[in-house]
Design a binder for this molecule. Sequence first.
Ligand code: MN
Length: 421
Amino acid sequence: MENLEKAGLAVNYNKVPDTKSKSLPKRVYIWDETLRDGEQTPGVALTIDEKIEIAKKLDEVGTAIVAVGFPAVSEEEKKAVAAIAKEGLSKAIVAAPARAVISDVEACIEAGVKEVPIFIATSDFRLKYQLRMTREEMLERLVECIEFGKEHGLIIDYIAEDATRSDMEFLCEAYRTAIDAGADKICIADTVGFVRPEVMKHIVRQIKERLWSKSKYKVPMSVHCHDDFGLATANTLAAIEEGVTYPQVCVNAYGERAGNAAYEEIVMALEELYGIDTGVETEKLFGLSKLVERHFVVPLPLHKAISGDNAFTHSSGIHSHGQLTHSMTYEPISPNLVGRRREFHLGKFVGRHFVEYLLKMGGVKATPDQAREITDRVKRTHEEQKKTQSKVAFDKMKEDLKGLRTGVSEREFWEIVFDVV
Ligand code: MN
């Protein structure tokens, strides 16, 4: 884009001052949840070695905070978290979450992590049906856990679960109470991916209005968005536009249900569309994505933004030819920026110019008639291919993929039940 802009041949509206919020931060710190929320993708369980390898890669790429697991889940999980904490990461802070329960915070302390995000819901609905607590009881529990963590020298964050469905006055009371008790950062969780980007901005502004008037309450803010409506990336960016500096993300958008905001999408949007520094070495993003995909054994959609196999592949003749005249014709960024290369896939949409280009690159001399024939044959080959076989293979592959999920399916669960009862 840069050269085209300089030459006055293309306009970049992303740089128009009016389109940038005054609250936009200059630096954003990536908080990765791949090994925690990401691992809660149905059917995924990582070995300690896989966790260590992913944590190291996240560190190498430039992640600020890596949540490496949930120590209270099991002794095995605590061991995995402790192994990473013991080994230590070179730059990233090793974090692990706790419910607002003292024994959860203790598990994090035993695992040896530096930072503990403590979460408890603020919506009246969750308090009534899930936690069965009054607002006062919830705040007491929160204070007790934060103070306990601070006494043990930890960095403590308060994650307001279900924040986007909570009464604003109470949500802010919870944040103030947490900060008074020693919380270093606060987090807005859109736990069920329920809000629109404009609503996310409204919520962040409301929180700032209530908290930032007193400097002691002006602590860094984080955001945790789920993708139930496909808005996790948009909502995360909306929060950042209002001054949130610690977006929580998962590589490849993995996570519970429809997943979380994608690490690679947030980083590339911030770096390329907003011009914000994330501290991430973007050329390493594709390697990170592939490593995580393989250990998760959850295949990415081919058309996934940034990291999907097709994200930089051109197929139609018009596009392929366009790419040859100038790389920016049909690409917003160079694939090299994320550690990839441009690819072409030929088929019914292929054009003669592109075929001629490939022949030239391959050092093959062909007459115009021959080039036309090659083009026609590529088109015909594609059009005449029968899909019956590939559909059978596809169905089998989908079934096989389900079989690769670890854990217990509903059917297997009932088999266990009838065996026991
Ligand atoms: Mn989550």
